[in-house]
Design a protein around this ligand. Structure first.
Ligand code: PBG
Ligand code: ZN
Length: 324
C-alpha cells in the first residue's frame, strides 16, 4: 500500500470517517475516582496542588461519591488520613479507623458503587514509610502481617476490592490467604504490581500527609529505569493470586502498560497519578495548554497503551465531557 494508490488522509476527511476508524474510545466505565477521607464533619479541605480535589469528612465523601455514581463512574478508591499516627500504623487496621468507617457508610448509602481501598501503611505511620521499621530499614516480612490485617479490616468493613500499594514482596499471597481464611474468597485484589519510585507522587503526599520523614522509598518501590523487572513483578503477583495488575504512574510508563498488557492475562489498571494531574492543571492555569483537551488526550493514550481501567483524579471532569 503505497502512495498514490493508498492515501491515509482519505479516512480522516470528516468527523464521521474518523469516528468509524477510531481504535480507542474512552468510556465512563473505564474510570476509578480516588478520594481522600479525613476525620470530622462538614470538612471539605481543598488540596492546593490538585484543584477540584479535597480532603473530605465522611458526610461530604458520601456526597462526592454519589455525584460520581450518578455520572456513571463505577468505582472509587479511598485513601484515609487518620488523626493519630504511630510507628506501627495501627489506625490502618483499626476496626473503627477512618477508612473502615468511611467504607461502611458509603456502602450503606450507595451499595451499587464499587468501593476499593488502598492498602498501605504510609498514611498511618508517624515515620511515613510503607512498612514496619527496624532501625532505618523497612522490614519486609514483619510488614506482611500488618498489611494482611489492614486488608482484612477493609473487607470486614464492606470494601468490594483491596488494592495493596506498599510494594513489599509476598504481600499479595499473604492478603489472599488471610481473606480466604476469613471467608472473603469473593474479594478481589488489585495489586499495584509495577509501582515505581516516582517524583510524580508529590502532590498526593502533600494531600495525604504521607511523605517519609527520612530517606525515600527506593528500597521498596521500583527503579524508573527498569522495564523487565516490571514483568517479573507482575508475573509474581499473578502467581500469588492477584485479580488485577496495576501500573503506576501511567504517563511516563506507557511502555510498561503496553508490555504488561501483552504478557499478563489479567485486567490491567493504570494509575494516572497526582503529579500527572497537577502538571496539566498548572499549565492550564498559566494559559499554556487547553487543559480539557490535554486531559482527554492523556486518558485516551493510557487506554490505547493497554489499560482496561484508569485510576484518575480527572474521572468526574472526563465523565462530564463524555456524558455531554
Ligand atoms: C501509598 C500510595 C501513594 C500513592 C497511592 N498510594 C503514594 C506513595 O507511594 O508515596 C500515589 C498516588 C498519586 O500520586 O496520585 N503508598
Ligand atoms: Zn505507602
Amino acid at each position: 500500500m503505497l502512495f498514490p494508490d493508498y492515501r491515509p488522509r482519505r479516512m480522516r476527511q470528516s468527523a464521521a470517517f474518523r469516528k468509524m476508524v477510531r481504535e480507542t474510545t474512552l468510556s465512563v466505565n473505564d474510570f476509578i475516582l480516588p478520594l481522600f477521607v479525613v476525620e470530622g464533619k462538614g470538612v471539605k479541605n481543598p488540596i492546593d496542588a490538585m484543584p477540584g480535589n479535597y480532603r473530605l469528612s465522611i458526610d461530604n465523601l458520601v456526597k462526592v461519591a454519589k455525584q460520581a455514581y450518578d455520572m456513571g463512574i463505577p468505582a472509587i478508591i479511598l485513601f484515609g488520613i487518620p488523626s493519630k499516627k504511630d510507628p506501627l500504623g495501627t489506625q490502618a487496621y483499626a476496626k473503627d479507623g477512618i477508612i473502615q468507617r468511611a467504607v461502611k457508610t458509603v456502602k450503606s448509602k450507595l451499595p451499587e458503587l464499587m468501593v476499593i481501598t488502598d492498602v498501605c501503611l504510609c498514611e498511618y505511620t508517624d515515620h511515613g514509610h510503607c512498612g514496619f521499621l527496624d532501625g532505618h530499614t523497612v522490614d519486609n516480612d514483619a510488614t506482611l502481617d500488618l498489611l494482611a490485617r489492614t486488608a482484612l479490616s477493609h473487607a470486614k468493613a464492606g470494601a468490594d476490592m483491596v488494592a495493596p500499594s506498599d510494594m513489599m514482596d509476598g504481600r499479595v499471597a499473604e492478603i489472599r490467604s488471610i481473606l480466604d481464611e476469613n471467608e472473603f474468597t469473593r474479594i478481589p485484589i488489585m495489586s499495584y504490581a509495577a509501582k515505581y519510585c516516582s517524583a510524580y507522587y508529590g502532590p498526593f503526599r502533600e494531600a495525604a500527609q504521607s511523605a517519609p520523614t527520612f530517606g525515600d522509598r527506593k528500597t521498596y518501590q521500583m527503579d524508573p529505569a527498569n522495564a523487565q523487572e516490571a514483568i517479573r513483578e507482575a508475573t509474581m503477583d499473578v502467581e500469588e493470586g492477584a485479580d488485577i495488575i496495576m501500573v503506576k504512574p501511567a504517563l511516563a510508563y506507557l511502555d510498561i502498560i503496553c508490555r504488561i498488557r501483552d504478557e499478563v492475562d489479567l485486567p490491567v489498571a493504570a494509575y494516572n497519578v497526582s503529579g500527572e494531574f497537577s502538571m496539566i492543571k498548572a499549565a492550564e492555569k498559566m494559559g499554556w495548554i487547553d487543559g480539557r483537551k490535554v486531559m482527554m488526550e492523556t486518558l485516551t493514550a493510557i487506554k490505547r497503551a493497554g489499560a482496561d481501567m484508569i485510576l484518575t483524579y480527572f474521572a468526574m471532569e472526563a465523565a462530564a465531557l463524555i456524558n455531554e
